[in-house]
Every structure is written in structure tokens, then in C-alpha cells.
Design a protein around this ligand. Structure first.
Ligand SMILES: Cc1cc2nc3c(=O)[nH]c(=O)nc-3n(C[C@H](O)[C@H](O)[C@H](O)COP(=O)(O)OP(=O)(O)OC[C@H]3O[C@@H](n4cnc5c(N)ncnc54)[C@H](O)[C@@H]3O)c2cc1C
Length: 403
């Protein structure tokens, strides 16, 4: 079965990248389809640290009030702790003056964005698994979808892969990069759960370094804390794939983590996922197909800026398409949009991906993390410069404080 009238744009994946693009496109008059395989609200593995620059995006998308009423917690600073307890703080306002970061569960945040997409006229389908692209004459012309009701096809002038690191559509076109990424496999596993009764400092996101990885703890809504950590797959195997043991025997080797997590109790199930490669992927893997968010590139979680990159790349793709909406399905326009999108994406994001890649080495090696914390702890100027290099500092963006 196939849907009757083609959409201007089909967006696949309703994380922050997909909803940001869909809302902005619909607000510009586009007919937009947004497909999501899960039914919302759904939990998501993430540090749930929403960096201060995201507030400007929430305001533009018309969801800031909803985030606050969902109970978003204000985070004034991020404090990095070495395994031995040395610490260095990065105030949130270094990224966007006058704004704080937010702590809010992905279940709440993503749900609010999805509701907004519906409200601005996006056709939203949940429980719709994108099985692959529709390809005609070397052009992607929409998406093949499976739902509980069966298989169907949705046609669109342009298709956007916003399916996160799975790259559900893009991966059909880059088997070579798939092979390389499995060769490059770092053997990392990430875990996340919500906790009660932690001793995390109020208003702080705390980052703990330990052998083979790092973790983050911060308060979210309703007095809960979110704990998310990355460890080596070898440690996970050695400890019988038991997240509680990994927490006690790896993460809590960090002295500050031992202090804040000693009395903590789980208030959700653990989620886990394995991580392979970081960095940029193919942005426009086929004619008529663009990637955004984690499907375009995966920035190191310690930067706390993955969701910002998702929201921002959604904005970049929407702005690029919106200026040529009248002829969006035509081959020359599709090619032009792809070129313009790539150029703007690289201009905005490549340098922060490079800086994060350089810092990655220190993040996974305790004595390097220790040295980095001592060096950057000694100079606020250096610290501020480095912190801003992991982002595109833009103080002119619209800002707000919730404190
Ligand atoms: C350990 C860890 C900690 C992190 N901590 C932070 C943090 O504290 N702050 C921060 O800013 N970033 C953090 N990030 C990064 C952040 O989670 C991502 O950058 C962000 O979620 C990317 O958004 P996205 O919309 O591109 O993809 P996602 O959020 O992954 O959304 C993709 C959506 O696509 C859907 N989907 C997938 N396949 C299909 C399919 N075939 N059909 C239909 N739908 C599909 C999924 O269900 C999902 O809803 C962290 C990442 C990791 C791994």
C-alpha cells in the first residue's frame, strides 16, 4: 500500500534532531511526515544534560514553557572529577550568557517536542518502523514503513534520516563505512538509570573519570537523578554484564562517585547500549536523502552537546530546505539543497567535532584526565576557551534563565 499525495519532506526518527527539523519545516509551510518506531513517551539512554544553548532552540520551537512545566531542573555548572578527586568546574553561563543548562528526562523532553510537532501540523506516526528507502532512478523518493497494521510506503520530495546512531536509512548507502566502523570498534558500553537519594550537588552536573571511561550524574525532574556512564566492554564482560557490579567496581572507583552514589537507589530499569565510532558520517549519502543529529555525527558525550547538535542540525537542514520549498522534489533543487546543507554543516560543526576528538584520549585514560583537570583547573581563561571550543559559542542567540 502507498500513501496518496507525496509529502514535501519525510523525517524519520523523532529524537531532538527529527522533531526540530519537522517543527521548523512545518512552520515554514512544508507538508511534513514524521515517522517514529517507538510509542512515546519512551525512556532513552542519555546523560539528560541539556546544554544552555538548547534553551534558545526550545524558545524558537515554542516548547520552553512545556519543558519547565515538565519539571526541568536548572544546572548552573558542570564539575569534572578525576579518579583521585581533583575537580574543575565549568559554569553553564560560559556557553550562553544568562542561561543555565537543564536536567530533564528524555522521556519528558522528547514527548514535549513530539506534541509540538503535531500541534504545528506535522503528520506524526508513532510505532512506524522505517524499513528502508524507496529508490527510483538513483533518487530516494520516500520511505518503506512497517507498522502493526502491515507494510506501507510514504513518498516525499526529500527524506531526512534522523534515526540517531543506527542510521536506519543512510546505512543502506554506506556499507563500506559500516565495515570500517566495526573494525574501529572501541569496545565501549553505556548504561543509564534514574536514581533516588544521590548526593549530587544541587544545580550541578557532575562528571566522573575512571579507568576506561567516564560517567555523569545530575538532577532531573521530581527530585530524581540521572546516572549515565561509559565503560569498556571488557569490564562489562568481566563483571558478568551486571550494571550494579559495574557501577560499584568501576564507576565508584572515582572517589567523588563513591560519595554521591553510596546511598542511591534505582528508580528505573537500567538501559544499555554499545558504542562503536565517534565523529562525522556521510551527510548526504544518496540523492534526496539527508542526515541530521547523531545520524550525521556522534560527538563525545562528555561535551554534553549531542542534543544541541541534534537541535541545531535540524535547524540547519530546515533553513536550507525552506528557502527552496517550491521545487523541493526536483532533481536540481535536491542536489543544490544537499550541497548547501553539507557546506553549512561542515562550517558549523567540524571544528567542535575535531576538538572533542582530541579530548577523547584524555577522557578514557585516568592519568591524562588527572593532568587535564589539574592544568585546566589552574586557569579559568584556558578552561573557558576549551569549553567553548567544544561548541559554537553564540551569545547572540535568544537566551533565558529559569533560576
Ligand atoms: C552515553 C551517552 C550519554 C549522552 N549524554 C548526553 C547529554 O548528557 N547531553 C547531550 O546533549 N547529549 C548526550 N548524548 C548524546 C545525545 O543522546 C544524542 O546526541 C541525541 O539523542 C541525538 O539526537 P537524535 O535526534 O539525532 O537521535 P535519537 O535521540 O537517537 O533519536 C532517534 C530516534 O529515531 C528512532 N528510530 C530509530 N530507528 C528508527 C527506524 N528504523 N524507524 C523509525 N524510527 C527510528 C528512535 O526510536 C529515536 O526516537 C549522550 C549520548 C550517549 C551515548
Amino acid at each position: 500500500m502507498s500513501s496518496a499525495k507525496p509529502f514535501d519532506v519525510a523525517v524519520v526518527g523523532a529524537g531532538p534532531a527529527g522533531t526540530s527539523a519537522a517543527i521548523r519545516l512545518a512552520q515554514n509551510g512544508a507538508r511534513v511526515l514524521l515517522l517514529e518506531e517507538k510509542k512515546f513517551p519512551r525512556a532513552k539512554l542519555c546523560g539528560e544534560f541539556i546544554s544552555p544553548e538548547c534553551i534558545g532552540h526550545f524558545q524558537q520551537l515554542g516548547v520552553m514553557g512545556q519543558m519547565l512545566s515538565a519539571g526541568a531542573n536548572s544546572l548552573r555548572e558542570t564539575v569534572f572529577y578525576s579518579a583521585r578527586g581533583h575537580q574543575v568546574a565549568v559554569p553553564s553561563e560560559w556557553f550562553t550568557s544568562g542561561a543555565t543548562a537543564l536536567g530533564l528526562s528524555r522521556s519528558e523532553m522528547d514527548q514535549r517536542l513530539l506534541e509540538r510537532a503535531r500541534a504545528v501540523g506535522v503528520t506524526v506516526l508513532e510505532g512506524a518502523h522505517a524499513a528502508g528507502p524507496i529508490i527510483e532512478n538513483d533518487f530516494v523518493r520516500g520511505v518503506k514503513v512497517k507498522t502493526s497494521a502491515g507494510a506501507t510506503e510514504y513518498r516525499a520530495g526529500l527524506t531526512i534520516d534522523a534515526t540517531g546512531r543506527t542510521r536506519a536509512l543512510a546505512r543502506h548507502f554506506d556499507p563500506e563505512s559500516q565495515r570500517q566502523s566495526s573494525k574501529r570498534r572501541r569496545g565501549l558500553v553505556a548504561f543509564k538509570a534514574h536514581l533516588e537519594n544521590t548526593r549530587v550537588a544541587s544545580g550541578a552536573c557532575e562528571i566522573y573519570f575512571y579507568g576506561g571511561g567516564y560517567g555523569g550524574l545530575s538532577e532531573i525532574e521530581h527530585g530524581l537523578s540521572n546516572l549515565c556512564f561509559i565503560v569498556s566492554a571488557n569490564d562489562v564482560r568481566r563483571l558478568g554484564s551486571d550494571p550494579d557490579r559495574v557501577l560499584r567496581e568501576v564507576v565508584m572507583k572515582n572517589s567523588r562517585a563513591a560519595e554521591t552514589l553510596e546511598q542511591a537507589r534505582l528508580s528505573s530499569a537500567w538501559l544499555s547500549v554499545s558504542l562503536d565510532s565517534f565523529g562525522r558520517r556521510m551527510l548526504t549519502p544518496a540523492n534526496g536523502l539527508l542526515t541530521i543529529g547523531d545520524a550525521a555525527s556522534f560527538i563525545d558525550p562528555f561535551t554534553g552537546s549531542g542534543m544541541l547538535m541534534a537541535l541545531e542540525s535540524g535547524q540547519v537542514v530546515a533553513d536550507t530546505i525552506a528557502s527552496q520549498l517550491g521545487s523541493v522534489g526536483d532533481a536540481p533543487t535536491v542536489e543544490l539543497i544537499a550541497k548547501q546543507y553539507e557546506r553549512e554543516y561542515i562550517r558549523r560543526f567540524d571544528s567542535r567535532l575535531r576538538v572533542s576528538g582530541l579530548l577523547r584520549r584524555a577522557a578514557f585514560v585516568p592519568h591524562l584526565a588527572e593532568a587535564a583537570i589539574l592544568i585546566f583547573g589552574a586557569s579559568a581563561h584556558l578552561r573557558r576557551k576549551l569549553a567553548r571550543a567544544t561548541r559554537r559559542a553564540n551569545d547572540s542567540q535568544s537566551t533565558a534563565s529559569i533560576s
